[in-house]
Design a protein around this ligand. Structure first.
Ligand code: GTP
Ligand code: MG
Length: 201
């Protein structure tokens, strides 16, 4: 399951500009600022393979990374960025939806959900859209290192609330889910093992 090598391949503005789909691929999806690029860096144990930022909206294109010269990890622009223009938001949905529906080698979408905040409607909508379109999905909860005191709920409580809201849509086929932190590395090995099992090697 170990990552020995990673190289950036290309950034694409449209689904049809992506590298040829000739190897297994995982798409990293989630709200702006949820930690998609950070998760990639954590998995490959490099600081800035994927560019990250405190400000949402950092990743604007479909970025392909080739891992161990054999499979792709794909960093996608985030959704739900409130400051993005209406046009940019429309654009997001058409170009990333086109990617999901047409990418034959997609092994699974890793849908990242921030465990440090309560369930967000946009994440539930996204999970339901993927489910309706039969796109294989794994939930990856991020920022599990952020312990809230006082009024805020703990990450495990937010995760449980999220699962309860989504469960009725999946019934017995509830997607796998993994709790992670890119800061501490928590969940990294579990996620890498899960991804290698999905690839069958
Ligand atoms: P966009 O490219 O804008 O869609 O965002 P992104 O999902 O790629 O988020 P990014 O990885 O750039 O991280 C956003 C912010 O969250 C950065 O300030 C990160 O340092 C922080 N962050 C990411 N993962 C974690 C985590 O596991 N724990 C904590 N505490 N902070 C994190
Ligand atoms: Mg990013």
């Amino acid at each position: 399951a170990k990552i020995k090598q990673v190289e950036f391949v290309k950034s694409s503005g449209r689904a049809k500009d992506c590298p040829k789909d000739d190897r297994p691929e995982f798409a990293i999806l989630g709200r702006s600022n949820v930690g998609k690029s950070s998760l990639i860096n954590s998995l490959v144990r490099k600081k800035e393979v994927a560019l990250t930022s405190k400000k949402p909206g950092k990743t604007q294109l479909i970025n392909h990374f080739l891992v161990n010269k054999s499979w792709y990890m794909v960093d996608l622009p985030g959704y739900g960025f409130a400051k993005a223009s209406e046009a940019a938001r429309m654009d997001w949905s058409s170009f990333t939806k086109g990617y999901f529906l047409n990418r034959n080698t997609l092994v699974a979408v890793l849908l990242l959900v921030d465990a440090s905040v309560p369930p967000q409607k946009i994440d539930l909508d996204c999970a339901n859209w993927l489910g309706r379109n039969n796109i294989p999905l794994t939930f990856v909860f991020t920022k599990c290192d952020k312990m809230k005191g006082g009024k805020g709920k703990r990450p495990d409580e937010n995760v449980r609330d999220f699962q309860e809201l989504i469960r009725e849509n999946y019934e017995q086929h509830f997607p796998p889910w993994i709790m992670t932190s890119s800061v501490s590395g928590f969940g990294r090995d579990e996620l890498l093992l899960h991804m290698s099992q999905l690839r069958n090697y």
